[in-house]
Design a protein. Structure first.
Length: 212
């Protein structure tokens, strides 16, 4: 193990990861796609006793997961999700990664196929600071959730909450729960809060399910 203290409270996690953790019942089977260093998986394993697996693009991230005692493999969401059987997990998670995939539509379709539920978080390009920055400065915005310059960002398919909702409708996916988060961690329900959530939410967390 790497000697770091294990997170015991959702407040110990990154804010979107804390909300994702709240959505997952104890004992669930979980696939964390783009699991990074395993922060969320470690919390879920030790606090909620989940049967967790991770898939991560970087070998460094895989090594960090293994050092935490987690099960993780190197893989690419765009290419490797198709190899997982349908309904293999209760939850398939994709946190802050959808916008960095080459085929968000295909990745999202695979998530709801692999898991009985999918949970996705991503930065909102409809956030008011993004809109104002683009309007006043005429340049690609940079925010806490989108810190990179346009020429070196890993984010290649940015979207708004409304865009995401339209994609879910297109591929027959239901949004069971949607939360828009401001930079202080305040929550608004989406789509219940409508345009307010799409303007005031810097990032969002969405619990999804394939329509039968």
């Amino acid at each position: 193990m790497n000697g770091r203290p294990k997170p015991r409270l959702t407040s110990d996690l990154r804010v979107d990861l804390g909300l994702i953790a709240e959505m997952i019942p104890p004992g669930s089977r979980v696939l964390d796609v783009g699991c990074g260093d395993g922060e969320l998986l470690e919390y879920l394993a030790h606090v909620k006793n989940v049967d967790g697996r991770g898939i991560e693009l970087s070998q460094k991230g895989v090594n960090q997961c293994v050092a935490r005692g987690l099960s993780a493999v190197q893989g690419d969401a765009d290419d490797d999700l198709k190899d997982y059987p349908s309904g293999a997990f209760d939850f398939a998670i994709l946190s802050q990664t959808l916008q960095a995939t080459w085929d968000p539509k295909g990745v999202l379709a695979n998530l709801v196929r692999i898991g009985r539920h999918a949970i996705v978080s991503f930065p909102n390009f409809g956030y008011w600071r993004v809109r104002v920055d683009l309007l006043l400065n005429g340049r690609m915005p940079r925010t806490r959730q989108l810190p990179d310059a346009w020429y070196n960002t890993p984010n290649i398919h940015l979207c708004t909450f409304t865009d995401f909702s339209a994609l879910c409708h297109e591929i027959n996916v239901s949004i069971e729960e949607g939360l828009a988060l401001d930079i202080e961690g305040g929550r608004r329900a989406f789509p219940a809060s409508g345009w307010r959530a799409n303007i005031l939410g810097a990032q969002g967390v969405f619990k999804l399910r394939k329509r039968s």
